[in-house]
Design a protein around this ligand. Structure first.
Ligand SMILES: Nc1ncnc2c1ncn2[C@@H]1O[C@H](COP(=O)(O)OP(=O)(O)O)[C@@H](O)[C@H]1O
Ligand SMILES: [Mg+2]
Length: 341
């Protein structure tokens, strides 16, 4: 057995390599960006690629490439079912409504007039989001019709960049305030000139326009809970909001104690992941009157934070006091599937 990996700094690839070495499985690196990637992969039984929402190349080719390989019978991670809806909150509305997942009521408009008519007749506050992005950078609260109609006008005219440079600098400043570390200071220094000069990578990301996406605002949510389902395991983190802000994702204020996560949320996470047939799925929940409501899902994420989880639950909701390593879990499931093929 031989598997190929697309390597990327800061992605699952480092942990995959570590686990494959532990298991003694033969592997090599193949770049998904090579023109002859399909022929190169002929010599492998499987291909793993942690594609990322911040790279325009991944947006362009990841889904068709992985789907093409899957159709040709190659074992891939992520399978098309796993990542088809990744970094696309707009598309997730349809998926999650269709499978009856407990999604926070969400609204998608692809016509300016329909969006404005809705904005005039709805109640406030609402949450406005772009379809893509992470770390809360593209998420705003909208207090009234004045604010929502200004956003809708922009959605159907010049649109928005996928990377909000002001929010991105604010995020770096927040990290500096929180950590007071050299790394955090370096991030502020790097992001400040980005206010005026956009990187090539940024310029190539698709501009966001032609749609408007809103969600009902769930009030008084001081945190969101993220459950990650990989195979028969579910591990959780609680992310607290930044002070004076309703947004938790990207705050880095994380809690791991297993007692705090309601069984209903874990049950829901397993059931949504099963309906999607996702090899890995992170599900973000907020609570309204104690009821867990989904705000988004992602197949991929930054793995390091989960190493601090104390263990995981299985589908029978039994707790297992075992180390959590998302990359190893993905590889273990991948290899065992290859072996049973
Ligand atoms: N509908 C909502 N009601 C209340 N808070 C929300 C809602 N949607 C998002 N949030 C808050 O904003 C944060 C970022 O939202 P999310 O949609 O998960 O964006 P991102 O993709 O940037 O993580 C969440 O972690 C949550 O704390
Ligand atoms: Mg999120």
């Amino acid at each position: 057995m031989r598997v190929a990996i697309h390597q990327r700094e800061g992605s699952f690839s480092r942990g995959w390599v570590h686990r494959l070495r532990e298991l003694g499985v033969d592997f090599d690196y193949v770049s998904a960006y090579d023109n002859d990637v399909i022929s190169k992969l002929q010599n492998f039984d499987g291909f793993l690629w942690h594609w990322h929402q911040g790279d325009y190349r991944d947006h362009l080719i990841a889904k068709p490439l992985l789907d093409a390989l899957g159709r040709a019978g190659k074992k891939v991670y992520p399978r098309i079912e796993t990542s088809l809806y990744f970094d696309d909150k707009l598309a997730q509305k349809y998926l999650l409504e269709a499978i009856g997942a407990p999604l926070v009521p969400s609204y998608v408009f692809v016509d300016f007039d329909k969006a404005i008519e809705w904005a005039r007749n709805t109640d406030y506050p609402k949450v406005f989001k772009l379809r893509g992005g992470a770390g809360s950078l593209n998420v705003k609260v909208v207090k009234n019709l004045h604010e929502s109609s200004a956003l809708i006008k922009r959605c159907f005219s010049r649109g928005f960049p996928l990377l909000d440079r002001v929010e991105s600098l604010k995020d770096a400043i927040w990290r500096w305030r929180r950590d007071r570390s050299l790394d955090a200071l370096w991030l502020v220094a790097k992001r400040t000139p980005r206010l005026w000069i956009r990187s090539k990578r940024e310029r190539l990301l698709p501009r966001q326009l032609g749609y408007a996406y809103f969600q009902d605002f769930v009030p008084n949510a001081a945190y969101d809970d993220r459950a990650v389902v990989i195979g028969n395991r579910c591990f959780c983190i609680r992310r607290h909001c930044r002070p004076g802000d309703f947004r938790a994702s990207g705050s880095g204020l994380v809690q791991f104690d297993k007692e705090i996560f309601p069984a209903e949320m874990i049950r829901s996470a397993f059931s949504v992941a099963d309906a999607i047939q996702s090899q890995s799925l992170a599900l973000d929940y907020v609570y309204r009157d104690g009821v867990p409501l989904l705000i988004e899902t992602s197949y991929g994420f930054t793995a390091d934070v989960y190493y601090s989880c104390q263990g995981f639950w299985t589908r029978d909701l039994e707790w297992h006091d075992l180390p959590v390593n998302p990359e190893a879990f993905i590889v273990d499931d991948f290899i065992s599937h290859l072996e049973t093929k």
